[in-house]
Design a protein. Structure first.
Length: 470
């Protein structure tokens, strides 16, 4: 039985990793295509539009997906399935109300968004589609339906990008609208699929009690995610204010490339999250610490590889006009590493059903990020925006660490587990920045690091330390 469980977890990890690899490959393959068939202004408009889609998606769905992990651990299976239907009903009500208010104050709203008024209906529907997509993907992760997760995520992403490309090539002017319509067109079948699969297929009744259970978990996450978006997206809005759409385009590409590590870490987190919650419930803290230390170190190595290969990667994937984003790429990668780290204490906060401090931490971080952007961007341009992101994610990680360890108490991952990986990533980031123009030296250091890591991995597996057991 134990072997079977290990094989199942290894299979799930392989599927999640394959899915992330396919999605990121699609993203990176199409990035040079989009940057060549769109003007920098069009690319910048799309970046701003997608930022607002992400923000509206959080409010429209009331972030009900954020309650799924906690409900899955603490509710009986029969009740949990009824719970999904109830919170989806609440999400639709929120979508209906927010859409009505948005159209009622449409003229005022589009001025704030700095978008064409004709884009508002597309934005609202795509935001709801994004919310539904996150809900379904979270459901598949928590129920360990790796294949369903793979098929849904790859199909929806590939369909959106393919349709967008066709529409952009068809249009002779305002090509950014092709990307907007592509996202909108895929959002509609996504919404229908999720509700047919998880709402109408369930025979249970909608329960107000489930709403009362979900809202204390999800509402703090709205503030948390909005604040996170401020950290990750306000730099683009402020860059646009000071330097225009062209700089936003270059920075957006650098941010996309710099987020490669996050996509990889998300694939592993899809396995880690339900495993961590289950083992925390069983109080198997020794195993949690044994695995978390190795997990962080392995992912740290991935981030270092990204920083050391950043210039060549950016050169391969984008036109020459985007090469000025090299340093921003590296700095953002370091920030994304701390975005990966803060999810460890956040997992414990979710398990503890104590989410009120999550909102406090991220509000403080978001305000700090806005201040840093306004202070650093006028002097350092896009690199200033990248530094603001890095500092903000470090602060966010430290705040969540303190909340989980000293406020909620009982956090079961040792602080020193973060040490080796953090040191490795920071050292790699500094060296790769200093050696930007010395490709030969960079790759010698990287080769030595690969040999050392391979030797360590061989030692770990020789001792037959199990990766994860339930």
């Amino acid at each position: 039985m134990r072997v079977s469980l290990k094989n199942t977890l290894a299979f799930n990890f392989s599927i999640y990793f394959l899915g992330s690899l396919i999605l990121k490959s699609v993203s990176f393959i199409t990035t040079p295509i989009f940057t060549r068939i769109l003007s920098q202004e069009d690319y910048g408009i799309i970046s701003i539009y997608q930022t607002w889609v992400s923000i509206f998606a959080i409010f429209i769905g009331l972030q009900m997906s954020g309650s799924i992990a906690t409900a899955r651990v603490h509710l009986e299976e029969r009740v949990f399935l009824s719970y999904l239907k109830s919170v989806l009903a609440l999400s639709f009500i929120a979508f209906f109300i927010i859409s009505g208010v948005s159209f009622l104050f449409g003229d005022w709203l589009v001025k704030i968004l700095e978008l064409d008024s004709k884009l508002l209906p597309f934005l609202l529907v795509q935001a709801f589609g994004t919310s539904c997509s996150v809900f379904y993907l979270t459901y598949t992760i928590q129920l360990k339906k790796a294949v369903n997760h793979l098929i849904f995520s790859v199909a929806s992403t590939v369909a959106m990008i393919a349709l967008s490309l066709i529409l952009i090539l068809y249009m002779k002017e305002d090509k950014y609208i092709g990307r907007v319509i592509g996202g909108f067109s895929v959002a509609i079948p996504v919404i229908l699929f999720v509700y047919l699969r998880l709402f109408f297929a369930k025979k249970s009744k909608i329960s107000i009690a489930h709403w009362r259970y979900a809202l204390p978990l999800s509402l703090p996450l709205i503030v948390h995610l909005v604040s996170n978006l401020v950290v990750s997206q306000s730099d683009k809005l402020i860059l646009n204010e000071f330097l225009g759409y062209d700089t936003v385009a270059i920075y957006s590409v650098a941010y996309t490339m710099g987020s490669l590590g996050l996509f990889i870490s998300e694939a592993t987190n899809n396995v880690w999250s339900p495993w961590y919650l289950d083992n925390t419930k069983r109080q198997d803290n020794e195993k949690i610490n044994e695995i978390s230390k190795k997990y962080i170190l392995v992912l740290s190595f991935v981030f270092v590889v990204i920083t050391f290969t950043a210039p060549e990667f950016l050169s391969l994937m984008t036109p020459e006009s985007y090469q000025s984003g090299e340093k921003a790429f590296i700095i953002i990668t370091l920030g994304v590493f701390f975005q990966f780290l803060y999810r460890f204490p956040l997992g414990y906060e979710q398990y503890s059903k104590n989410m009120k401090w999550v909102a406090v931490a991220t509000i403080i971080t978001a305000l700090l990020n806005i201040g840093l952007n306004y202070y650093l961007i006028p002097t350092y341009g896009m690199e200033g925006a990248a530094y603001a992101t890095l500092i903000s994610y470090i602060i966010l990680f430290l705040m969540h660490e303190n909340i989980a360890r000293f406020v909620i108490k009982g956090y079961n991952i040792h602080f020193l587990n973060y040490g080796p990986g953090s040191l490795l990533v920071f050292t790699g980031g500094i060296l790769s920045t200093i050696l930007l123009d010395y490709i030969f030296v960079r790759y010698i250091i990287l080769f030595v690091l690969i040999v050392v890591m391979a030797s360590w991995a061989k030692k770990v597996f020789r001792n037959k330390i199990p990766l994860i057991k339930k």
